[in-house]
Design a protein around this ligand. Structure first.
Ligand code: EPU
Length: 423
């Protein structure tokens, strides 16, 4: 298990490149089950989660490889065993989104029920409700979701995907992928509007699907009888981009961020500006600069286009150094606060009150040994470590490798001092 040793405080300068979006690439890998042929994602990021998802597809019979030009190639032609085994799905929660495509292509699927994770319970009831509306019979058997399409295949329907926390990203993906090959028209109301859902819809349309309303809460999907293999480039990763923007802000530096999908980050840019960070669009990305002081800001996470939960922890690290008090409220995953105690070990003043954290800004953070608990919480600790005085050690770096491609190399190239040590 690797650890990071991070020296701080550092100043960053230069240009940093954002990779293809993890949360686009994973459901798009699932969508590549549908055409039963050779598909490619030329800019799939090199991440542990992508590798695990590839193993999941391979365990069902698909062939997954990287081309010499680094494109991820998925041949779902030989995929013949529509079973998502517990040992793999428990490692990669996005594994649940094979359910819709398997059901559409094979008329049946058996997929391990994903367990909880460090950010909360993460139920899948809305996914199942949506697939049942398309006519699937679904029951649970020994920890597995066992799904069967009606004779003649799934049938289009009007489906409401709202839930107590808004809607569901992977649930929308699952139902949309199943509906793409269903008979008749499906209307999904209260669909997730996240750019990654729109990316999947665009990929499905490139395969020959007929999806309208992309990016809106009302998706209209006219089922088609078959889909074709595609080569599809995913959008830039807005969460990695936001993390790099926060890296510039917390180290009081300026960075040029390339391949930054700034137009899909309006809520994030708005908060950066309120905090006093300059953000300007540039050719192919944006420039982020520290402008004098870090001001406090209140943040509430919401479904897109609101502020993303996946940047909540990183902004908490940043606001820990603001001149005043901020309130951060988590409305998507109310328990996603494992980083609070770790940041407090670095002399932050954070107080959790229900689904909110009161952040009392301090003058400086002080390096400490800390423990990564989940992907975004670990990113927050890396940010804090670059700003803190002394050497911070972050344990359980494998969490960060799930979602950030060579983060220490990218940040070191612009001035960070992060050492990966195998222990
Ligand atoms: N929910 C239900 N029932 C369901 C599904 C979801 O109650 O059937 C609840 C969840 O418990 C949560 C809320 O609805 O409170 C939203 O969850 P959602 O289903 O939208 O999350 P997800 O699709 O499982 C994706 C991302 C997450 C990101 C969330 C929210 C991927 C692979 N994962 O998860 O990304 O936080 O949407 O935007 O796309 C990450 O990258 O670090 C990450 C966790």
């Amino acid at each position: 298990m690797d650890i990071f040793e991070i020296e701080g405080p550092v100043q960053l300068a230069g240009t940093i490149e954002v990779a293809g979006s993890k949360n686009s690439a994973l459901p798009i890998m699932a969508a590549m089950i549908l055409p039963g042929g050779v598909c490619k994602i030329p800019n799939a990021p090199y991440l542990a989660d992508i590798q695990s998802f590839g193993m999941l597809l391979e365990s069902m019979g698909a062939r997954v490889a990287r081309d010499p030009d680094a494109a991820l190639q998925i041949d779902s032609g030989p995929l013949n065993n529509p079973v998502g085994e517990y040992d793999i799905v428990r490692k990669i929660r996005a594994g649940i989104c094979i359910l819709g495509p398997l059901l559409a292509r094979f008329g049946k699927a058996r997929v391990s029920m994903p367990g909880g994770c460090a950010i909360g319970d993460r139920p899948v009831d809305i996914h199942l409700r949506g697939l049942r509306a398309l006519g699937a019979q679904i029951h649970l058997e020994e920890g597995y979701i066992v799904a069967q399409a009606p004779p003649g295949g799934l049938v289009g329907a009007q489906i409401f995907l709202g839930g107590p926390f808004g809607t569901t990203v992977l649930g929308t993906d699952n139902v949309m992928m199943a509906a793409a090959l269903a008979r008749g028209t499906t209307i999904i109301e209260s669909a997730a509007c996240e750019p990654e859902v729109a990316d999947l819809a665009n990929c499905l349309n490139a395969m020959g699907a007929k999806i309208r309303g992309i990016g809106s809460p009302r998706l209209v999907i006219e089922g088609v009888s078959r889909l074709n293999p595609v080569c599809y480039r995913v959008i830039g990763d807005r969460i990695e981009a936001g993390t790099f923007m926060a890296a510039a802000a917390i180290t009081k530096s300026s960075l040029e961020i390339r391949n930054c999908p700034i137009n899909e980050m309006l809520a994030v840019v708005d908060r950066f500006r309120q905090i006093g960070i300059r953000v300007e669009e540039s050719a192919g990305g944006c420039r982020v600069g520290y402008a004098g002081t870090l001001k406090p800001a209140d943040i509430t996470t919401q479904p897109y286009p609101g502020f993303p939960t996946d940047l909540q922890a990183q902004f908490m690290a940043l606001l820990a150094l603001a001149e005043g008090n901020s309130v951060i409220t988590e409305k998507i995953f109310p328990d996603r606060f494992m980083h609070v105690a770790e940041l407090n070990r670095m002399a932050a003043h954070l107080r959790k009150e229900g689904p909110s954290v009161i952040v009392e800004g301090v003058d400086r953070l002080i390096a400490a040994p800390v423990m990564a608990s989940d992907l975004r919480a670990s990113a927050a600790l890396v940010l804090a470590g670059m700003a803190a005085h002394g050497t911070t050690t972050v344990q359980r770096v494998y969490h960060i490798d799930r979602g950030y491609e060579k983060i220490e190399e990218k940040l070191n190239a612009v001035g960070a001092r992060i050492r990966r040590i195998a222990v």
